[in-house]
Design a protein around this ligand. Structure first.
Ligand code: IFM
Length: 439
């Protein structure tokens, strides 16, 4: 497959097409006086990241951003979803690095010059290492410091940002990093996870509050979701899937949009949460202007006899991406509809990430990615055509980049990056998207 079956004209007027990246994954953290992050520390521990790779050079976007923005413009995207690195702007989490702010200033102006709407995410995972050493997301000081960072960015860039979301994928920041141990700081501790699950939500709320007093408007939230499927037919596996769904897909949307964590998950997590968490729910759930969903795959759950959450993930039968993730567009359909029905209602909803890793070479068409995008964008098209408030679709990612614990081996880009020479080569998927967006 070398073409996409959709056209921009199949979507309602104003439907937004965007591509996404994040700071640490592309910028090259060695440049511009950025501070050490907890990802630099995590990657330096043998065995935590494939080949011990980190984001020090990454795609050298810090120097090559004009070329990267040209690629976005030339493909016909309406918007660019990027992130601001806390440790670049505040190397120790508090003191301001003027060079860091200047970089984002240039970048945002560069987007506007090219007709791209800047969609900012303030935190895409690179916690300043100094704050990590204090206890990171397990302590209440971090959401408070984060609100200061949000305020700074809102004041400096807010007049030119099209949208702002405080935190990318709160589930990853809290659960994946403090219970599953796969991301920095690599903890596997329910006590730490319970605290992080609340402090990350609080950080969202405090940041929204701080941003409201700055020129930044059109404020939202971005949650990742995975479609939870019971492995077997019995009640036990159904419960396992419900719990997975609750931790992954209902915890943060419930807190942000309804002011309540899901009761079934509180049963397991409340004993580990910070005292007095109930008093923060009003701050966490203050009004936002839009909601974003990141979707990649489904997950099969099998009940275990172990302690809560008492489930294991088991591999499923569907074709898989290079991440080993099943390709499951029906889960995308189900989760978008459930999100609108139970959480976001009339708020504008955006797909803020969707895409696949593929073992791409610059000279071989990435047909598998084109098929993946086609299947998922078609679902977005159908949902928008029904009059539901789905207002945009974002592909992850513009560039091949640093895929966290999996290093540089997993390629998500619609543009190939040769990490030795930093040569960018648009893939077949990039050209297919450019053609689809042209009419
Ligand atoms: O690369 C990540 C990104 O940082 C957050 N969303 C999922 C992507 C693919 O794993």
């Amino acid at each position: 497959m070398t073409t996409l079956s959709f056209r921009r004209s199949d979507f309602p007027e104003g439907f937004l097409f965007a591509a996404a990246t994040s700071a640490y994954q592309i910028e090259g953290h060695a440049h511009g006086q950025a501070g050490r992050t907890h990802w630099d520390s995590f990657a330096a521990i043998p065995g935590k990241v494939v080949n011990g790779e980190n984001g020090q050079i990454a795609c050298d976007h810090y120097h090559r951003w004009p070329e990267d923005l040209d690629l976005l413009r030339d493909a016909g995207f309406d918007a660019y979803r990027f992130s601001t690195s806390w440790a670049r702007v505040m190397p120790d989490g508090r003191k301001v690095n003027a060079e860091g702010l200047d970089f984002y200033d240039r970048l945002v102006d560069g987007m506007l010059e090219r007709g791209l709407k800047p969609m900012a995410t303030l935190y895409h995972w690179e916690l300043p290492a100094a704050l990590g050493l204090k206890g990171g997301w397990t302590i209440r000081e971090i959401p408070e410091r984060f609100a200061e960072f949000a305020h700074l960015i809102g004041n400096r860039l807010g007049d030119r940002l099209w949208s702002t979301a405080p935190i990318n994928e709160p589930w990853c920041v809290a659960w994946l990093s403090h219970y599953l141990g796969q991301h920095a700081p690599g903890l596997s501790d329910l006590g730490a996870a319970g605290k992080a699950m609340h402090h990350v939500a609080l950080a969202h709320g405090l940041a929204i509050e701080a941003l409201r007093s700055t020129p930044a408007q059109n404020l939202g939230a971005v949650c990742n979701m995975e479609y939870a499927i019971p492995h077997g037919d019995g009640e036990a596996d159904e419960r396992a899937a419900r719990t997975y769904d609750g931790i992954y897909n209902r915890w943060f949307p419930g807190a942000f949009l309804k002011g309540a964590y899901p009761e079934d998950i509180l049963e397991g997590l409340a004993p580990h949460m910070p005292e007095g968490w109930q008093d923060d729910m009003k701050t966490i759930s203050q009004p936002i202007d839009w909601f974003g969903v990141n979707y990649y795959t489904c997950q099969r759950l099998k009940a275990t006899d172990g302690p809560w959450p008492a489930h294991d993930m088991v591999p499923g039968p569907l074709p898989k991406t290079d991440m080993g993730w099943e390709i499951c567009p029906e889960g995308f359909d189900w989760l978008l509809r459930r999100t609108i029905r139970d959480y976001s209602g009339d708020l504008p909803l955006y797909v803020t990430e969707n895409g696949m890793a593929n073992p791409d070479r610059a000279d071989v068409p990435d047909d598998a990615r084109i098929a993946y995008l086609d299947a998922h964008v078609d679902i977005a098209r159908a949902i928008a055509a029904e009059g539901l408030p789905l207002r945009g679709y974002t592909v992850w990612s513009l560039l091949d980049n640093y895929e966290w614990a999996l290093g540089y081996g997993k390629r998500f880009g619609i543009v190939h990056v040769d990490f030795a020479t930093q040569t960018r080569t648009p893939k077949a998927s990039y050209h297919a998207l450019a053609r689809a967006l042209a009419d």
